[in-house]
Design a protein around this ligand. Structure first.
Ligand code: FAD
Length: 441
């Protein structure tokens, strides 16, 4: 066949721009395709197969670092209909591949609706759903992938399909949490929440209050209502102008979160007020679209490395252990050492859900630090090792797909039974193993 119209080879002038990834990985694919129509995706898939290339789907490149070497791989970066369509009457969104969360959240907000987005507006909507989707509405409404109505795909044979609960339910099941190994997604449709306003906020305290804050928060999580989803962090914020002055360059503890039921949010806010005077903090009613930037994730690329694991049966001993490893006296340089609160609907199986229909853990422990040069990367690595050792007594042995790290596989995320089912589905839809993804199967 002739080359796809959107093909960019290494000798072409646009190659370096086209292969760029948000996470600054120096990925060097055999070629890049940037299709803007479904027909162009089909061309690219067939071209890869006929030329003996593997195929890697990508939107933003937030997790490009976890991909295998791409020298024999066509990097496929679809950007199709990236203006989201909100069907307000039926309460759902239709979003093309390549779209980031920011525009979707704003478009839904104009209709008094909220999407089950994560903590960063720059993450891609398709990749987020394919890895499960953990949002600040999660304890009330479960994983975002369980609210997906339909997924439009081009499969490894170049065929176009629309999968949902009735059509090709096996592929629909695998795509909802199993990642980008099964097909190229061209569009996704998912239910929105009828939420124009929520109660939310964030407070930062001096790191010296770390043990007290962690103790109060952990105690609260044990009987917290499902309407609230929160996060606790030890933070070492960089001295950047983009960071608000009172917290710039400081070591702090932070608690943020969202309550769907305002009374639950007010109760949490008054509990947090008892921890001590925050350096910066505000809780109250807020428009739902503002939730996408509440956590303050960096919106520009920074070189970083991290780790994550799921925790279960957490006891009070974690408070001292984590404070010693990541708190004020620890010497930690990590930008964030985080515990994300799980449980509620996130922990309950959804009968109609995909392979990631729940998260089996009480908390996700997550750590991230700078890797700007070998020196900072080395220090970050030491801090990560010490911090993850400190929480190891409560490790469940599993990871959550969207927070899994380079080198993890699907076997780290799902039980053996689910892995067998995913392998069978992959064999059916991609028998030659065309697709590569951050987590191998
Ligand atoms: C700052 C930050 C904050 C985050 N916060 C959260 C959070 O709150 N909750 C949460 O659940 N996750 C969160 N994540 C994780 C994020 O959801 C995953 O890393 C997700 O895979 C990123 O998708 P992407 O398209 O942006 O990245 P990419 O690197 O472009 O894609 C990731 C993978 O998704 C698959 N993929 C992407 N597009 C397609 C497609 N069109 N067809 C088929 N496969 C495709 C591919 O396998 C690809 O390798 C966060 C990540 C970052 C960097």
């Amino acid at each position: 066949m002739t080359s796809p119209s959107s093909l960019i080879n290494p000798s072409d002038s646009g190659y370096d721009a086209a292969r760029m990834a948000f996470d600054l990985s120096d990925q060097k694919p055999a070629a890049v395709c940037t299709p803007t129509t479904v027909a162009e995706v089909q061309e690219a898939v067939i071209y890869a197969r006929e030329n003996g290339l593997k195929l890697a789907n990508q939107a933003t490149g937030h997790v490009a670092v976890a991909l295998p070497p791409l020298e024999e791989t066509l990097l496929l970066k679809p950007a199709i209909d990236i203006e989201p369509v909100i069907n307000a009457a039926e309460g759902y969104a239709r979003v093309g591949a390549g779209t980031r969360w920011g525009p979707v959240v704003n478009a839904a907000g104009e209709h008094g609706l909220a999407a089950m987005h994560g903590s960063s507006p720059t993450v891609g909507v398709v990749g987020y759903h394919l890895g499960g989707g953990l949002s600040f509405y999660g304890r009330k409404h479960g994983l975002a992938c369980n609210r997906v109505r339909a997924i439009e795909v081009v499969t490894a044979d170049g065929e176009v399909g629309r999968v949902d609960h009735e059509n090709e339910p096996d592929l629909f099941w695998a795509l909802r949490g199993g990642g980008g190994l099964f097909a190229t997604v061209t569009a996704i449709e998912f239910d929105l929440l009828p939420l124009g306003e929520v109660f939310g906020g964030i407070s930062f305290w001096p790191v010296e209050l770390g043990e007290e804050a962690l103790s109060a928060w952990l105690d609260w999580t044990r009987s917290a209502p499902d309407s609230v989803t929160t996060s606790f962090r030890f933070m070492n914020l960089p001295p950047l102008e983009t960071v608000p002055e009172p917290i710039r360059g400081k070591s702090l503890v932070a608690i943020d979160g969202v309550a769907i039921d305002h009374a639950d949010g007010e109760a949490l806010a008054s509990l947090l007020a008892g921890i001590g005077e925050p350096v910066l903090g505000q809780w109250g009613p807020m428009p739902a679209p503002a939730v996408s930037s509440l956590h303050g994730d960096p919106e520009d690329p920074i070189p970083a490395i991290g780790n994550s694991t799921l925790l279960n049966d957490v006891s009070d001993e974690l408070i001292g252990a984590l404070n010693e490893a990541a708190g004020g006296e620890s010497g930690s340089s990590l930008i964030a050492t985080e515990l994300r609160q799980l449980g509620g609907a996130l922990g309950r199986p959804d009968e109609n859900g995909g392979v990631a229909n729940r998260i089996d853990g009480e908390f996700i422990a997550f750590g991230v630090g700078l890797a700007t040069d070998p020196g900072t990367a080395g220090k970050t690595g030491e801090d990560l090792a010490r911090i993850f050792e400190s929480v190891s007594p409560w490790e469940s042995g599993r990871q959550f797909y969207n927070f899994a790290i380079a080198g993890s596989t699907c076997a780290n995320c799902f039980p053996e039974e689910a892995i067998e089912a995913l392998r069978a589905i992959r064999h059916e839809y991609d028998p030659e193993g065309l697709y590569v993804a951050p987590l191998a199967l």
